[in-house]
Design a protein around this ligand. Structure first.
Ligand code: SF4
Length: 493
C-alpha cells in the first residue's frame, strides 16, 4: 500500500494459489485496499481456441460431448469443463505454446492472452506459482521483457522450502524424438510452400541425426534394463552414459538441427505475408540454443534419460541450482520475502545454524543483505493430539508392486476403520492413486471416496471433502502441503 506498486506472491501448487486468492480478498478490505488480483495459472489450464478449432475439424478426432458442450457454452478454463473430460482430450485443446507476439490472430477471444497482457500492466497483486515467477526473473536477468510488470519489486515466495526444487524444474529441459520431429514439421510448414523444397535436405539430415541419437539412447536404456538385477518394469529414469558414441551423436544432432533452424530462419525473414506465425521456427531455434548450451557446459549438467511407454526423452538441468536461485532471487533489485513452515533444519543453535540447509541450497545471503527471522513453533499440541502409525512389513513398493498395492489397501482399510474415514491418503504416483481409488470405490464403504481432480482447480473436491465429514480423499503432489482443512474432516493422514 505504501509503495503503490504491484506485488507478486508465488506459491507452489494450484490449491495454494486458490487459497491465497481467498486470503488476499479477505485481507484487502481490512487494509483499505482495492486492487486487482490476478491469478496467473499455468498455460495448460486454459483453452486455446485455435487448437480447439483444429481438433474439432479433424475428421479423425472423435470429440466427446463434454468438450463440444463446453466450447458451445464458451468455457475458457479446465475448471469450467466437467471432470469426466479425459485429460488426453484436454491436452489436445489447451494452450501449449504461447508467444504474445506470434501466437495467432485469435487473441481477442483468448482468456490466457488477456491474463498475460494484464500481468504486464497490473499495479495490483499477482498470484502465481514459483515456476512462473522463476521464468519471469530469468527473462529479466537476461535483459528481456518479463512476464509480469517489471515495476513489481516486492516478491513474496510462499512454501519457500521448495524454491531450489522449483528452480531446478524451471531450468530442466526435456526433448523426445517425437517432440523434435513435431517441431521440425511445424517449422517446415510455416514456410511458404515454394520455400519448403529449399530446406528439405537439411530437414532430412536433421531427422536422420535425431533417429541415430535416440536409437543410441534406447540402446542405453535396454542395456541398463538387461544388466539390472531387479525388476525394472516401473523404472522410468535411466543413466545417460557419456562414454561411447552418445555425446558425438548428440553433437551431430545439434549441428543438424542448428543448420535446419538457420535455413528456416533465413526463409522466414524473407516472408512478408501478414499474420504469419513463426512460433514453431522460433521454438526450433530455442532447442538448438539449449542443446548448444548443454554441450558447452556438459560437465556442469545433470543429464539422464526418461522412458515413458515407447517415448524416450533426453532430460537435463544444471547441477548447481544454488547459484541460479541466488542470482534470480537474491541479487536483483527486487526485495524478496520467503515464508514457509519448514525452512529450518534444527531447533537449536544460532539462526544461521537453524537455517543452514536452506542457506546452503539457495545461497541465501544471511547476515549480509538477508535477514533471518526467529522460527515460530506450531501452536498445535502434537504430543497430546497426534499419533504416528508405522509399519515395516508391507511388500516392497517397486519390486513387488502388485502385492504392495493389494496389501497396502488392506492395511489402509484397517486404519480407515479406526477413524471411520476422515482421511487424506497421499500418493507419490498418480497411477497408484487411480488404482487404489478404483479398488476402494468398488468396496461399498461407509464413507465416500474422493480423488484429486485432474490437472486443474481443486476447490470443488476440497469443499466436498470438508463438508462430507467422513469422506476420504486420495491425492498426489498438489495435496502434499499447504492445503487447509479445518475441523474433524481431516483426522487421519
Ligand atoms: S492467442 Fe494463442 S493461445 Fe490464445 S487462442 Fe490464439 S493461438 Fe491459442
Amino acid at each position: 500500500k505504501r509503495m503503490n506498486k504491484p506485488v507478486i506472491i508465488a506459491t507452489s501448487t494450484i490449491a495454494l494459489q486458490e487459497q491465497l486468492w481467498r486470503d488476499v480478498h479477505a485481507v484487502m478490505p481490512l487494509l483499505g485496499l482495492n486492487r486487482d488480483v490476478i491469478l496467473a495459472k499455468g498455460q495448460t489450464h486454459y483453452l486455446c481456441n485455435k487448437r480447439a478449432d483444429e481438433y474439432m475439424c479433424d475428421p479423425k478426432a472423435d470429440p466427446p460431448d463434454a468438450i463440444k458442450e463446453g466450447i458451445k457454452q464458451g468455457y475458457e478454463e479446465r475448471k469450467d469443463f466437467p471432470e469426466v473430460l479425459p485429460q488426453g482430450v484436454w491436452d489436445k485443446v489447451n494452450v501449449q505454446r504461447f508467444s504474445m507476439k506470434n501466437c495467432g490472430s485469435c487473441e481477442k477471444k483468448c482468456k490466457y492472452y488477456k491474463v498475460r497482457a494484464a500481468l504486464k500492466f497490473t499495479d495490483g497483486v499477482v498470484l502465481c506459482n514459483q515456476d512462473f515467477l522463476t521464468q519471469h526473473l530469468m527473462k529479466l536477468r537476461r535483459g528481456q521483457e518479463g512476464l509480469i510488470n517489471a515495476a513489481a519489486d516486492l516478491l513474496v515466495v510462499d512454501e519457500a522450502h521448495n524454491l531450489d526444487d522449483k528452480v531446478r524444474s524451471a531450468t530442466t529441459e526435456r526433448f523426445g524424438q517425437g517432440m523434435l520431429f513435431g517441431m521440425i514439421k511445424s517449422a517446415f510448414y510455416e514456410l511458404r510452400s515454394s520455400d519448403q523444397s529449399s530446406v528439405s535436405r537439411e530437414k532430412r539430415e536433421a531427422e536422420s541425426a535425431i533417429i541415430a541419437f535416440y536409437n543410441c539412447l534406447k540402446a542405453q536404456v535396454q542395456k541398463q534394463i538387461n544388466d539390472a538385477e531387479q525388476d525394472m518394469r516401473y523404472a522410468d529414469r535411466f543413466f545417460f552414459d557419456q562414454n561411447g558414441s552418445a555425446v558425438e551423436l548428440l553433437t551431430e544432432m545439434n549441428a543438424a538441427i542448428h543448420n535446419l533452424s538457420s535455413s528456416i530462419q533465413i526463409y522466414s525473414s524473407m516472408d512478408f505475408r501478414n499474420n504469419r506465425s513463426f512460433a514453431a521456427s522460433d521454438d526450433l531455434d530455442a532447442v538448438s540454443e539449449s542443446l548448444s548450451e548443454l554441450l558447452d557446459r556438459i560437465d556442469d549438467m545433470l543429464i539422464w534419460i526418461e522412458q515413458h511407454g515407447s517415448n524416450t526423452e533426453l532430460v537435463y538441468c544444471p547441477k548447481n541450482t544454488k547459484e541460479i536461485v541466488s542470482r534470480l532471487y537474491f541479487n536483483g533489485d527486487e526485495r524478496t520475502i520467503l515464508t514457509s513452515a519448514t525452512l529450518t533444519n534444527a531447533t537449536n543453535g544460532s539462526l544461521e545454524e537453524q537455517y543452514s540447509y536452506f542457506i546452503s541450497n539457495t545461497g541465501f545471503p544471511a547476515g549480509d543483505r538477508g535477514c533471518l527471522s526467529e522460527p515460530k513453533p506450531s501452536p498445535y499440541p502434537y504430543d497430546e493430539h497426534a499419533m504416528i502409525y508405522y509399519c515395516d512389513d508391507l511388500p516392497h513398493p517397486t519390486r513387488e508392486h502388485e502385492a504392495f498395492i493389494e496389501n497396502g489397501v488392506e492395511r489402509l482399510l484397517e486404519i480407515l476403520s479406526i477413524s471411520n474415514g476422515k482421511a487424506l491418503v497421499l500418493f507419490t504416483a498418480k497411477t497408484d492413486m487411480e488404482e487404489v481409488y478404483s479398488i476402494l470405490s468398488e468396496k461399498n464403504l461407509p464413507y465416500k471416496i474422493l480423488m484429486q481432480q485432474p490437472g486443474s482447480s481443486q476447490d470443488k473436491v476440497l469443499n466436498e471433502f470438508k463438508e462430507d465429514t467422513n469422506s476420504v480423499l486420495l491425492g498426489t503432489g498438489a495435496y502434499w502441503e499447504g492445503i487447509s482443512i479445518e475441523g474433524k474432516s481431516l483426522s487421519n493422514v
